[in-house]
Design a protein around this ligand. Structure first.
Ligand code: ADP
Ligand code: MG
Ligand code: MG
Length: 195
């Protein structure tokens, strides 16, 4: 099971472009409407950086872009996730093991910084099921399904973290944009890996 790192990121950038308007609508519903812009801007910058630095490890490059250049609450948090995935992939010859370790450490880093628990209606609600699926030995496709289900289920959650916590019940009925945006990463991985 191997997935070309660069191709995963380019597929994620394509997916973010396709989902941009829907992610914007979701963040208008529960936040300030910039999540689609933040994610797409970040991934477009990653695409450019991959072109300029073709021999750098792709996820390391992507992490640097998100940590240094991408705005919103989500920019640095996704940067932490990408950074741990880069570390995981560098530390393990087995691709799946690298992803398992990276997602587990990435989730931990996001929770250390953002202090969100599962059920708080954040990207943690996509990442925790993905982490659990990896730990249970699931395929990339099953991990992607778990992340997407977790993200969809945030529609029933009242936010306790981030900007959405200011709008109370108004956010109910539509999923958290950050959770959907992170689920797209796992969809991209499964798509590239073909499973
Ligand atoms: P902002 O609210 O600053 O405009 P974005 O729109 O870029 O930030 O990102 C919003 C997303 O960030 C939310 O949908 C949520 O998934 C995620 N988020 C917000 N706060 C936290 C947190 N404390 N922990 C994890 N994720 C968070
Ligand atoms: Mg926002
Ligand atoms: Mg904002």
């Amino acid at each position: 099971m191997t997935a070309d790192q660069k191709l995963v990121l380019l597929t994620y950038a394509d997916a973010a472009r396709t989902a941009h308007d829907a992610l914007t609508t979701l963040d208008q519903h529960s936040g300030d409407g910039d999540f689609g812009d933040n994610l797409l801007d970040g991934l477009d910058r990653v695409r450019a950086a991959l072109d300029t630095h073709p021999s750098e490890p792709a996820f390391h490059l992507a992490a640097t872009v998100f940590l240094d250049e991408v705005g919103g609450t989500s920019g640095p948090l996704i940067g932490l996730l990408l950074q741990e995935i880069a570390r995981g992939l560098a530390a393990h010859t087995d691709d799946r093991e690298g992803w398992r370790a990276g997602v587990s450490e990435g989730l931990a880093a996001i929770q250390r910084v953002g202090e969100a628990e599962p059920g708080d209606r954040t990207m943690v609600d996509a990442l925790a099921p993905a982490r659990d699926a990896f730990e249970a030995g699931a395929s990339f496709g099953a991990v992607a399904d778990a992340a997407l289900t977790g993200a969809r289920n945030t529609a029933d959650l009242r936010a306790r973290r981030g900007r959405a916590s200011y709008v109370g019940d108004r956010a109910l009925g539509a999923p958290d944009p950050g959770a959907m945006g992170v689920a797209l990463l796992f969809w991209s991985l499964a798509h590239v890996a073909g499973q």
